[in-house]
Design a protein around this ligand. Structure first.
Ligand code: NAD
Length: 306
């Protein structure tokens, strides 16, 4: 019988469906103990992970039966894809299954930050009644610069155009783009110069690490809001805080960080009067997306082995 090892959280309904057809070993804390995984992995045909299990050579070295790695999410930076292919192990991400959740998150952050909602909230709590302390803005007609027009970038663009934003797009590898009203395909310098909000949707790799750095912030003429839901190291975090302190940008929302969980060294740089939102890598994680992601991977695993 096909044996499945699951080392991180999966929705209980999807798990039940999988258990009906295959033998499943499920331990959502197992990702913390790679040595325990290494000891048992040779017994399994399929490994299912989220983003915490580091699926590298070391982990897979003795995995002689594994034919499929299911990823409950997207972003394969915790999986050594090259090594998997060399061992003829297929990788199955849950492409697109959490894109709606990320799109809503980007829309929510855009609205909250452009309206200075958190600064008004903070001032009101302090009993300052800050009606005239900050100026608020409308989102309508502003430019959202979307870097990376893949699965998530497309959803974000569609959702945000519906709430009044004009979309500027940059994607290094896209050579065909169907013209759409209020969507403009541009170069990276043009996007940096003309965006009121910039949202990142590229994978983390050698070419995208530190993609947004101090040289990028200098080019931003509209003091934009920066939103990062992709991967932490794609923005240089030190340069981002410097850019905010120098008034080169007017706010930021970070869902992902160079080190997760967030490190106290970075947290110390965040002051209460900053127009910012920090969240613990949850933009793609909602009740609905969790269910979709788990069901999608379970269906793919069942089809693969049948
Ligand atoms: P995708 O592969 O579908 O799209 C990525 C796009 O980026 C592609 O169109 C590619 O051509 C483009 N690209 C690659 N390198 C580029 C570069 N140097 N400059 C410009 N464009 C470049 O990926 P996706 O599924 O849309 O995911 C996007 C990112 O979002 C990934 O980093 C993923 O890990 C992350 N993500 C985070 C969450 C979360 O909960 N925070 C959820 C889902 C996805």
């Amino acid at each position: 019988m096909v044996k499945i090892l699951i080392t991180e959280f999966i929705n209980k309904y999807s798990l039940y469906k999988l258990k009906k057809v295959f033998k499943v070993h499920y331990d959502e804390e197992l990702w913390k103990y790679p040595n325990k995984i290494i000891k048992i992995i040779n017994d399994f045909d399929c490994l299912i992970v989220r983003n915490k299990t580091i699926v590298n050579k070391n982990l897979l070295h003795g995995a002689n039966k594994i034919r499929l790695v299911g990823r409950l999410g997207v972003g394969l930076d915790n999986i050594d894809s090259k090594f998997c292919y060399s061992k003829k192990i297929r990788i199955q991400p849950a492409t697109g299954m959490n894109a709606d959740s990320v799109a809503e998150y980007v829309g929510t952050c855009s609205l909250s930050l452009i309206k200075n909602i958190f600064l008004f909230h903070e001032g009101t709590l302090k009993d300052n009644w800050p009606r005239t302390s900050f100026s608020s803005n409308e989102l309508k007609g502003k430019n959202l610069g979307v870097i990376g027009y893949g699965t998530i970038g497309k959803k974000v663009s569609e959702y945000c155009s519906k709430i009044g934003l004009k979309i500027l797009l940059y994607d290094k590898y896209l050579n065909k783009f169907k013209k759409k009203k209020n969507f403009h395909f541009t170069s990276l310098p043009f996007l940096l110069k003309n965006s009121d909000i910039i949202s990142l949707h590229v994978p983390l790799n050698k070419g995208t690490k530190n993609l947004i750095n101090k040289n990028s912030f200098i080019k931003m003429e509209k003091k934009p809001i920066i939103i990062n839901t992709s991967r932490g190291s794609i923005i240089n975090e030190k340069d981002l805080i410097d850019a905010y302190n120098k008034n080169l940008i007017s706010g930021f929302a970070l869902d992902v960080f160079e080190n997760e969980p967030i490190q106290s060294k970075f947290l110390k740089k965040i002051k209460k009067n900053m127009n910012c939102i920090l969240t613990p890598h949850i933009s793609g994680v909602t009740y609905q997306s969790n269910l979709r992601v788990s069901n999608f991977i379970v269906d793919k695993v069942i089809n693969f082995f049948n």
